[in-house]
Write a protein that binds this ligand. Structure first.
Ligand code: HEC
Length: 419
């Protein structure tokens, strides 16, 4: 938890393994598809309005780039992935330091990841792309070439072309030969993509994005396939930050946290890309206590929620057996408003269940569910536990809803109680 200067050295080790992965997968389906999504905010309190996202399958920095997409003018991205498991997430926006993060993706759901980009204090040393060319190899195959230059000669292996319509990313290698050691400084010069198995004729080159990064996590301008910068200046935060614990926070140790309400005065907490596990969080008036483990060692924090002039902060001290210190969290984003029970029911259950009748639609009508001592189909005792079990695990022809978070199931059960 040692404080780190907000320098450019965020990237971890860069490991070698270039894969030209040409496998295809289906484009987004409505249900059960795996997504990664997020909203890209900046350490200076803005929302980015342009940029690119690239994903490596497996470990971060293995260079197996496979998926990718664009950041929209509202700062959000949403990219379908062919599978769950570990992925390396890279987010780039001009003027900010790029953001590498190892993420664990849950299959079949939308995985939301908060992204906070540090300001690039030294844009003068950013690498530059020029002369992007698409070369037709055959009717079904093309290749991409571009030139890369870097004023301070510390290019990394990330030279990327991103197909934002098919959600794919490709790594370009130096024409002079790819380097085995991906930690070495890559040369300025010409770079080429692997063969891309798509017809070039009719392709809209505006849908392709190009980005390169150096070993200090700097990226320069992001270009489209027609050699134009896609920069749109970041915009001020649209939402007014609420003076409450729920939401996304950044600590003085440069880590990002998400605090989610569990029940009155209790929260669950999650640290992104770090070593801290939060076991318990409780709030009484403005006092917040947190029990956590740092690499298995138990610690405790006593914090105060304070909100002078819309500067939403949680501030106090932490204690570990071996040390203690100041812990300050600045709020970056409000918690997403939870859907109402009625909305959750409409989205997940109404296709199969009536709420105002006892007759069967596909499953039994749920009117008066909690007023009956027995559940309508199984005859098991009506209890929160048994209904939760039905929702999470499914029954007979009813599918399981394992992807619904605890809080949503709770809101849904409260709604069922009102029927
Ligand atoms: C695809 C159709 C379908 C969907 C969607 C569905 N259900 Fe069901 N549900 C059923 C069927 C069929 C049964 C009867 C299961 C059985 O055979 O025991 C059932 C049974 C139930 C029961 C009674 C269980 C018992 O022990 O008697 C409850 C409560 C229930 N569903 C709630 C929900 C809720 C809440 C949702 C939304 C999160 C939902 N269902 C979504 C089809 C569905």
């Amino acid at each position: 938890m040692r404080p780190r200067r907000s320098s450019k050295r965020i990237s971890g080790t860069v490991i070698c393994c270039l894969l030209a992965c040409l496998a295809f997968w289906n484009l987004p389906q409505a249900w059960g598809q795996t997504f990664i999504s997020g909203k890209v905010i900046t350490a200076d309190g803005k929302v980015v309005a342009s940029g690119a996202v690239a994903l490596e399958k497996g470990e971060l920095h293995n260079d197996a780039f496979l998926a990718g997409g664009a950041i929209g003018s509202d700062g959000t991205f949403k990219i379908p992935l062919p599978s769950g498991g570990p992925w390396g997430l890279h987010v780039y926006s001009e003027g900010y330091i790029y953001f590498p993060l190892q993420v664990q993706i849950k299959a079949g759901v939308d995985n939301e990841i908060p992204v906070v980009l540090p300001v690039d204090g030294n844009p003068g040393d950013d690498p530059r792309i020029s002369n992007i060319r698409f070369n037709k190899i055959s009717d079904q195959v093309f290749q991409i070439k571009m030139r890369v230059d870097d004023p301070n000669s510390n290019l990394g292996p990330q030279m990327l072309a991103i197909d934002t319509q098919r959600y794919r990313s490709y790594r370009l290698a130096p024409d002079s030969g790819d380097l085995k050691d991906k930690k070495a400084d890559f040369p300025s010069g010409e770079y080429g993509s692997p063969f891309i198995p798509l017809p070039l004729d009719g392709e809209d080159l505006n849908n392709w994005l190009f980005v390169v990064a150096d070993h200090q996590c700097s990226n320069g301008p992001i270009y489209s396939g027609v050699n134009q910068s896609v920069l749109k200046p970041p915009v001020a935060h649209a939402e007014k930050l609420k003076c409450e614990v729920a939401g996304i926070w950044k600590s003085n140790f440069d880590k990002v946290y998400q605090f989610t309400p569990k029940q009155a005065g209790k929260f669950s907490g999650k640290q992104f890309a770090g070593d801290i596990l939060i076991d318990q969080m409780a709030q009484t008036e403005n006092n917040v206590t947190m029990e956590f483990r740092l690499k298995g060692v138990k610690g405790r924090a006593e914090l105060q929620l304070a909100c002078p002039e819309n500067q939403i902060r949680l501030q106090g001290s932490f204690q570990l057996p071996e040390r203690s210190g100041e812990w300050v969290f600045a709020k970056l984003q409000n918690a997403k408003a939870t859907q109402s029970g009625q909305d959750l029911f409409a989205a997940n259950c109404s296709g199969c269940h009536f709420t105002d009748r006892k007759v069967t639609k596909v499953g039994p009508g749920l009117q008066g569910l909690f007023k009956n001592p027995k559940l309508p189909k199984s005859g098991r005792p009506t209890s929160e536990e048994n209904v939760r079990d039905t929702i999470v695990n499914g029954r007979g022809k009813m599918p399981p809803f394992k992807h619904l978070e605890d809080l949503k199931i709770k809101v849904l059960i409260d709604y069922l109680k009102s029927l």
